[in-house]
Design a protein around this ligand. Sequence first.
Ligand SMILES: Cc1cc2nc3c(=O)[nH]c(=O)nc-3n(C[C@H](O)[C@H](O)[C@H](O)COP(=O)(O)OP(=O)(O)OC[C@H]3O[C@@H](n4cnc5c(N)ncnc54)[C@H](O)[C@@H]3O)c2cc1C
Length: 394
Amino acid sequence: MYDAIVIGAGPSGSSAALALRGQGRSVAIIEAGEFPRRKVCGEFISAVNLELLDRLEAGVAVRAKAGPEVKRVALFASGPCIQAGMPRAAGDAFGRALGRDVLDGILLDTARNAGADVFQPWRAVEIASNGDRAIVRIANKDGQTSLSGQVVIAAHGSWGHGRLPTNLPKSSAASDLFGFKAHFRGASLARDLMPLLVFPGGYGGMVWADQDRISLSCCIRRDVLARLRKKGGATSAAQAVHAHILASCPAVVSTVGDASLEGEWLAAGPIRPGMRPRFADDIFRVGNIAGESHPIIAEGISMALQSSWLLAGELARFEQWDRTARLAVGNRYSRAWSRQFATRIHAAALLARIAVLPRSNTAMKAFVGWFPNSLTLGARLSGKTKALPALSHP
Ligand SMILES: Cc1cc2nc3c(=O)[nH]c(=O)nc-3n(C[C@H](O)[C@H](O)[C@H](O)COP(=O)(O)OP(=O)(O)OC[C@H]3O[C@@H](n4cnc5c(N)ncnc54)[C@H](O)[C@@H]3O)c2cc1C
């Protein structure tokens, strides 16, 4: 019997659990995977989240491990490298990157230490209702059990398949984007620079993360990837993508050409950008499952942490979360979510479209060449300096 059951322990799930523990609520977190685990993600955390992480008692641990401050943005495409300043945020001025194998562990450990019960590795397989309480059935290789809670928060991302009412239906289109990511050691990228990579059929990014490793992540269209694999005869999709980026962006060759790959390339997707219901079927949704921006703006972790904080703030208005309270919270949270994230989701969709299509990306490269400060403006539009309106709960 819990006040809240949170499904998924990525940044959204653990931060939701932490925010609710801060209100003295009893919380269970269910996580299907074992940690530490790597994840397809660029791993950049925008500056405005550091104060939020402080509120969640995780800021000290994140700052202690994260890579250097990112003070400049750049465009690495077919031509010369173009650079501009990263806009400064209030408080911590600049963001930093931290491997997801480290970040997600810090957040989950902090939630556990704050008193959340962690069920890991357990998968949520069914959500049902028993009068005014929700029943979540969870399973792992040893068996099954059920947990009951006043509210259920889906924080399981948008990639998983299953029969939860919050799982997205499968779909497939030539324009789908698959995500790839790798860590490199011994790269020669300037330590304060985060380049956006633009290449035919996709986009990506690079940044110094923790432990002197660079995180290189990207998205590429399904049809372009299929053509590359057919043409190159590469042994894996990741090798085809790696070779394609090196052939398309000379500045990437000069920064990671001699670097060594750490571990394997990871692949995931297709990604599912867009806005979805934040409250439906009596289930709250945070992080990627509530809505997702194209990774071209590297704001998914921000949206995961901030959406959980917004939801917890609305839940804090009520002592008991009966049906009337849940509906009121759902309405207010949905509106607050749109105010905070809709602009960056639209901006990212437009930018991704421009980057991926050959004709528009040529125009984009020319435009950024003439106006390098458009990179700074783009970072601002993507929400890099947009803090949450209130960092305290009622
Ligand atoms: C190529 C790429 C680059 C990116 N780069 C950046 C970046 O630089 N900066 C940034 O801010 N964002 C970036 N993002 C986006 C970011 O990775 C996501 O937005 C973020 O991970 C979303 O967090 P989440 O907590 O919602 O979901 P997730 O991180 O996906 O976590 C969901 C968790 O739920 C668990 N789970 C799933 N189903 C179940 C179940 N049924 N039961 C129990 N557990 C379950 C999973 O195991 C997982 O641990 C990038 C994304 C991609 C694809």
